[in-house]
Design a protein around this ligand. Structure first.
Ligand code: ATP
Length: 230
């Protein structure tokens, strides 16, 4: 059974239609890139998965179950934090990790995560004293701290230097090898090509899925959105 199944999903904001009968499955132990131009619906799709938006049509299933069947179980199997702006400025790095670990009821090894993402020097510092890149490291660390099986990331490599991009890529691959289902939206197709098994393009309100090793992500992007580029 697929970890996450999207069946005939349709969604409108007032007049604007974002998805129309879109279907997709994501398996355990995979990283999938979510690709589309600005304003197409990537964030909206993520919000639909976490049930933040009402009045959708179609089904979203995690482990074959809908949100309504067991809300707590459904939500605890997902982790999504939109950006480092959502962190609490008066709490430390470690306090954030402990908080997420407790709420999600995970058995994550926080010291191991801190070591792996090289956050030791600032683990006891408050968020208000951190650089953007440090906050981005914490954001990614929180995904692992949650222990959730479905990880939804919106531009996770933003503001990371090339060394950190490599570090985070390896970190995500490690989580994938543990069986996590990772959906990762980004405009940086080079970073996506490095970590993704599959790429999903949102085109004409539907999902087009490719094995990322079998295509050139940028060429496919150009072919798909030619009118928007010209
Ligand atoms: N709350 C809302 N009410 C009405 N329209 C919205 C709302 N949120 C987003 N939209 C519209 O829905 C469309 C998709 O927005 P969304 O944020 O999902 O795009 P995106 O693909 O994530 O874009 P980006 O790459 O710029 O982050 C846009 O046209 C946007 O203006």
């Amino acid at each position: 059974m697929a970890k996450l199944s999207i069946n005939n999903l349709s969604f409108f904001y007032k007049e604007k239609e974002i998805l129309k009968n879109a279907s997709l499955t994501l398996d355990e132990g995979t990283i999938t890139g979510l690709i589309a131009p600005n304003g197409t619906g990537k964030t909206t799709f993520i919000k639909l998965i976490i049930n933040l938006l009402t009045s959708k049509q179609g089904e979203i299933l995690i482990d074959g179950r809908k949100y309504k069947e067991n809300r707590e179980k459904y939500l605890k199997s997902i982790f999504f934090l939109p950006s480092s702006e959502n962190l609490y400025i008066h709490l430390t790095v470690m306090e954030h990790l402990q908080y997420v670990k407790k709420i999600w009821g995970s058995s994550a090894d926080l010291s191991g995560i801190i070591r792996e993402l090289r956050m030791g020097d600032y683990q006891n510092k408050k968020i208000k004293t951190l650089s953007l890149g440090m906050k981005q490291h914490l954001l990614i660390a929180l995904y692992a701290a949650s222990g959730a099986s479905v990880l939804l990331l919106d531009e996770p490599m933003n503001s990371l230097d090339p060394t950190s991009v490599k570090l985070v890529s390896n970190f995500l691959k490690r989580l994938k090898n543990e069986g996590k289902t990772i959906l990762f939206s980004s405009h940086n197709l080079v970073n996506l090509a490095e970590v993704c098994d599959k790429a999903i393009y949102i085109k004409e309100k539907q999902f087009s899925v490719f094995h990322s090793q079998e295509i050139d992500l940028q060429e496919t992007y150009n072919d798909f959105y030619e009118e928007e580029i010209e």
